[in-house]
Structures are given as C-alpha cells and as structure tokens.
Design a protein around this ligand. Structure first.
Ligand code: NDP
Ligand code: 2IT
Length: 450
C-alpha cells in the first residue's frame, strides 16, 4: 500500500461517520501522490500525513438560548482548530441546521491549504453550530450569539484563532459575537474578520469571496485566450458569495442567467437584475421567489431535492456554484457539459462531488478552478483585515481591491505552475493542492513533530 493509501484507510477507519471529511481528505491526498512519492521517507519519518488529517483540537459545546416566547432551546457549537503551522487558526463560522462534526472538519481541513495558497500567514480552522438563523428575530440571534461566545471566547484570540462568516453568518452575527467577546475578555482586538466598517472591518471583505472568484476565473480564462465578456453564467445560491460573484461577472460583461436559494431557482435567459436580487436577499432577507414580483417574465421553479438538476439544467458557458457542498453531482456535471458549459469556478466549499470533478476533468477544453483556489479571496481579504487591525489603520477600497486582485492572479499563476511542474498542465485541482500543501508541509517539518 502506498503512504497515501495507508493514511486514507486510517482516516476512514478512525472517522467512520464523517463522509464529508473523508471526501475532502481523499480529494487532497490522492492528487498529492507525486509530491508524496518524491518525499516519502521524510514524510513517513515525520508522520506528516497522519498529523495533517488529525486536528490540533476539536471543541464541541452546548449552546442554550431562549426564544422570544420564553421557550428554551439547545444547539451544538463547534470549533475545530486544525493546523497552525503557518499562522493562527483562521476560518469561518457556519450556522445551519445541517452542521455536524464531519462538515466542520471537512471545511477546516480545506481551509489549511486554501489559507496557504493566499500567501499570507494564516492557519486552518472552522466552526459553527446546528442553529438555523432563518426566521429568527434579531433579539433571538443576539441571545444565541452571546450564549455561543460564552464558551468560545476562551478558545480564540487575535493571535490564536480568528473566526469569520460562512453560511448563515454575516455582518449581523459577527457583530454580536464580537461584542460578546469584547465584553467577556475586556479586550479590543481583531479577533473576528468580516466586522462592520465602523469597528475595524475592512472595505471589500463583504464582496471579497465573490469578486475573488471572478478575478481568478477571469485570470484562468485570459490565460486560455478567453474572458467573461459576452458569456452566459449559471450561479447557484444567492447569499454573500453568489451575489458578489454575479455582480462582478456582470461588470466584466457577462450575463447571469440563473440563481437560487434552498427553496428554488430563478431563470431569465436575458440576464438577471443582480441589484434587485441583492435588495431582496441582502437587505430584505426575502426569498428568491420574490424576484418574480418585479420581473414576472422570469421563471421560478421550486426545488424539492438537490438531486434535481436545478440551475445546472440551463444552457450556459460558465458555472459558478456558490451555495453549499455537493451541489453538483455526476448527472449535474454531465448536464452542464451537454448544455455547453466550458468553465467552472467553485465559489462554495467542495460544491462538486469527486465524480462530478472527474466529469469536468475528462471534458476536453473545460477549465475547472477548484474551491481552495477560487474562493480564497474571502479569507485572503480577512487576512488583510487582520493586518489593518494590527496596524490600527484602514486601507481605501482601491487599495484592498487591488491587493485582492493581485492575490487571485498570483494564486492562479501558482496553481497553474505547480500543475505544469508535475506534467499535468491545466489540472488545477492537482496544482492548487500541491501549491497549498508544500508550504504547510515544510513548516510542519521545520517545527518538529508535535
Ligand atoms: P450565505 O449564507 O450568505 O448564502 C448561502 C446560499 O446558499 C443561500 O442562497 C442559501 O439558500 C444557499 N444554501 C445554503 N445551504 C444550502 C443547502 N443545504 N441547500 C441549498 N441551498 C443552500 O453563505 P455564503 O454565501 O457565505 O456561503 C456560500 C458558500 O461559499 C459556502 O459553501 C461557504 O462555505 C463558501 N464560502 C464562503 C466564504 C465567505 O466569505 N462567506 C468564503 C469562502 C467560501 P438559503 O438562503 O435558502 O439557505
Ligand atoms: O470558507 C472560507 O474561506 C470562509 N468562510 C471565509 C473564512 C474567513 O476567515 O474569512
């Protein structure tokens, strides 16, 4: 058995009920095979892979809170501090009823390599709760966040572990959690990113994941003599990442023809009004079905199962999955290819199953940018927020946007070059994994076995 096979078997045996985590480990380790084979003795001696797949620590805690009617509830809170070889643990918080240890571990594991790709000094971590913020009042969200922080505050810090947003956690939730941390610790420090602009947040952070996704995808297209201009783009989701990816794609001359939420999807082959989607989803917290109030000629289709083809059933040139994991499965990938899609940029984390990625990679001429690289602009800009907090100053919009743009161009170049180095030109899955892994591996070895 190869070293990779051994560690995969070990990971499966030790984590039997964690399918998402196993999926993420499989994707990374199998594509790293050439690097691992070239350094096998050193890596084995250091138990490097065994250490990489085992988080530094996993914190699981009870989060009790009381709703507006006076009824009490209990949720489960998580923070997985995966790896701090190259910087303090860094990664978002997800509040969604589907959250469990497997999901937080897959996200934390991915985050190690993504954060390394940004070129900035941030380690990997992730957290969240199986709490559903949908339909809750601001007062309920506040009580939940305060209860969550009553435990979490002791495990984090500006130089220890710096959380941010993810699904279900935006500026409101970050604000409430930051306020609770400040009160409990008596510290004013950059312990969260994605903060409001009035208290240490960075310009462009809100837009950064979506903008960064389009910057990287555009760099990949440009490198192959193409661009977003005149393209039909299918987007899944209508949250933070989806919204600003759609906005930037339109700025670059594309037409976004479809978007979605967990209830259904909208379609207009002439292009959607993204500003109206933003008004509905970001400002009014409404459902995407309300798009038809202003645009009755668009179509809305309800979703009853993720098995349905949904936004992946329409003709498009570029697909940007920006909702959640395993959104694109084999039949969805096949439908996209059949309908003319020739470029995929992953905005969400692990939005394509391993089988779907295989379909994309076996389609000649299809460009596929994996999540770790494509959505790294969010956490990359979080690291820029940390820098501004440390310096106690704020950069302008243009300064941050230029740094983000340069970061995404660099990530593209690094993953493309890593793929070329191992004779796998345009295999960006392999390129991104190798480029992200090498720095973390070297740092772990240099710091000794621990
Ligand atoms: P939001 O909560 O702002 O938006 C999530 C969107 O995806 C919503 O439209 C939501 O629909 C939809 N969605 C979520 N879960 C499901 C589900 N189980 N089934 C169907 N639709 C679903 O989150 P973000 O935009 O921040 O995150 C989207 C993705 O991007 C996630 O994979 C996240 O991990 C990733 N990501 C986020 C970054 C960030 O900076 N925020 C950075 C890098 C990656 P509904 O409203 O109905 O729930
Ligand atoms: O998945 C991600 O990279 C995020 N949710 C953003 C993490 C961060 O710390 O900004």
């Amino acid at each position: 058995m190869s070293y990779v096979e051994e560690v995969l078997a070990l990971t499966e045996a030790k984590n039997p009920a964690q399918p998402e985590f196993i999926q993420a480990v499989k994707e990374v380790l199998t594509t790293l095979a050439p690097v691992i084979e070239a350094n096998e003795t050193l890596y084995r001696q250091n138990a490097l892979l065994e250490r990489m797949v085992e988080p530094d620590r996993q914190i699981i805690f009870r989060v009790p809170w009381t709703d507006d009617k006076g009824v009490s509830h209990v949720n489960r809170g998580f923070r997985v501090q995966f790896n701090n070889a190259i910087g303090p643990y860094k990664g978002g918080m997800r509040f969604h009823p589907s959250v469990n240890l497997s999901i937080i571990k897959f996200l934390g594991f991915e985050q190690i390599f993504k954060n390394s790709l940004t070129g900035l000094p941030i380690g990997g971590g992730k957290g969240g709760a199986d709490f559903d913020p949908k339909g809750k009042s601001d007062a309920e969200i506040l009580r939940f966040c305060q209860s969550f922080m009553a435990e979490l505050y002791r495990h984090i810090g500006a130089n220890v572990d710096v959380p941010a947003g993810d699904i279900g956690v935006g500026a409101r939730e970050v604000g409430f959690m930051y306020g609770a941390y400040k009160k409990l610790t008596h510290l004013y420090e950059g312990v969260f990113t994605g903060k409001g602009l009035e208290y240490g947040g960075s310009l462009v952070r809100k837009q950064a994941t979506g903008f960064g996704l389009v910057y990287l995808t555009e760099a990949m297209l440009n490198d192959h003599g193409d661009s977003f201009k005149g393209k039909r783009v299918a987007v899944s989701g209508s949250g933070n990442v989806a919204m600003y990816a759609a906005q930037k794609a339109v700025t670059l001359g594309a037409k976004v023809v479809t978007m979605s939420d967990s209830n259904g999807w909208i379609y207009d082959p002439n292009g959607l009004d993204i500003e109206y989607v933003r008004e509905l989803k970001e400002i009014k917290r409404a459902r995407i079905s309300d798009y038809l109030i202003k645009y009755p000629n668009a179509t809305y289709t309800e979703t009853t199962s993720m098995d349905e083809l949904r936004v992946w059933s329409v003709p498009c040139d570029i697909a940007l999955p920006c909702a959640t994991q395993n959104d694109i499965r084999k039949p969805h990938a096949e439908a996209l290819v059949k309908n003319g899609c020739r470029c995929v940029g992953e905005g969400a984390n692990m939005p394509s199953t391993l089988e779907a990625v295989e379909v994309f990679q076996n389609t000649k001429g299809l460009l596929f940018a994996p999540a770790k690289a494509a959505n790294a602009g969010g956490v990359g800009t979080s690291a820029l927020e940390m820098t501004q907090n440390s310096m106690r100053l704020s950069w302008t919009w243009d300064e941050v946007d230029e740094k983000l743009h340069a970061m995404m161009n660099n990530i593209y170049r690094n993953m493309a070059d890593a793929a070329i180095k191992y004779n796998q030109k345009d295999n960006f899955v392999m390129g991104a994994n190798i480029a992200g892994f090498e720095k973390v591996a070297a740092a772990m070895i240099a710091q000794g076995v621990q």
